[in-house]
Write a protein that binds this ligand. Sequence first.
Ligand code: ADP
Ligand code: MG
Length: 361
Amino acid sequence: MEFIVALRNVSKRYGGHAALADFSLGVRRGEFLIFLGPSGSGKTTILRLVAGFEQPQEGQILIEGRDARDLAPYRRNVNTVFQHYALFPHLNVFRNVAFGLEERKVGQDEIRRRVCRVLELVNLPGTEERAVTQLSGGEKQRVALARALVLEPAVLLLDEPLGALDQKLRHEMQVELRRLRQRLGITFIFVTHDQEEALVMADRVAVINAGRLEQVGTGEEIYERPRTRFVAEFMGVKNFFDVNCAISSATENCFRTARGQTFWANGAAPLEPGAPATLGVRPEALRLHAQMPQPAPKNLLEGEIVEAIYEGGSRRWAVKLEGGELLVAREPSVQEAGSSLERGARVWLAWDPARTLVYPR
Ligand code: ADP
Ligand code: MG
């Protein structure tokens, strides 16, 4: 069986509002798949459908090859970890983790063995008797994870489980979740609105927008070759130009803006002359020059620095062009750089045509 979970043309409406529209995606056995999208894009709805808490109006959900329509949530071999830990405050760690096993009438000796083992797995050995109310946020989230893992599901659904943690703890948990998944071989379906989190953890990222799948691929594919303007913007592309195609060949396209600026792109599909498109350029693809570079690069713009921000590992500049457009450039900070590139300085911005992203309109 190719996919452990598959959604086929799934639509889910609440009242007249489509939370998911004709949504299809297969999740591979053992992979770490991340649904990435802004708030309200339908991420939680997908997990609730897979878990069986909701039913789609149209389409089909397959779990381990079986139509899930008639499978009650508790029979789905799937477990969910939520953003808010949903632990029982009046039970200690052991009883919280043991809860699902007790419901399934597993024997006491086996429960003890499995709870101890899973607490070691999530790095909380020896905490069995502690009250969950006295745990830190990160520890609570680990207990929630242990409670889901102890049932040994084939698929673990995680709905923004790190959302409530501070940044340092988040990073630690991201690394830990990755390791855990590699060790256990369980399929992880993880939801987040944080692009960095998705890049750090996922085998594949599925970007969703308003209930539709925009693109699915490795983090690198999504980051380097965003297929739509939405994905590009979501992955941090800041500079966009509305253009029309001027010259098109198999290897390169030349575009012109309404104000007569000319830009080149390599590697994009050929377009009809005159065809409207939007071009995107990442901040880190732009190079700043204090003098006009010679020979002149194919993509070159002149402007004035209106903002210069030192970010530690990098510097970020906002540059205003003649026509008033603002561009954002980012370069790694090196000791001697930056000095002449301060607010008010004239600069030239250049980029490689291979780094121009092209979105036909
Ligand atoms: P996300 O998790 O990506 O933030 P959701 O899946 O929670 O998005 O929601 C998708 C859309 O469906 C949103 O517009 C949301 O308001 C709507 N929605 C979700 N659950 C319900 C519900 N139970 N009743 C009505 N609308 C809902
Ligand atoms: Mg949600």
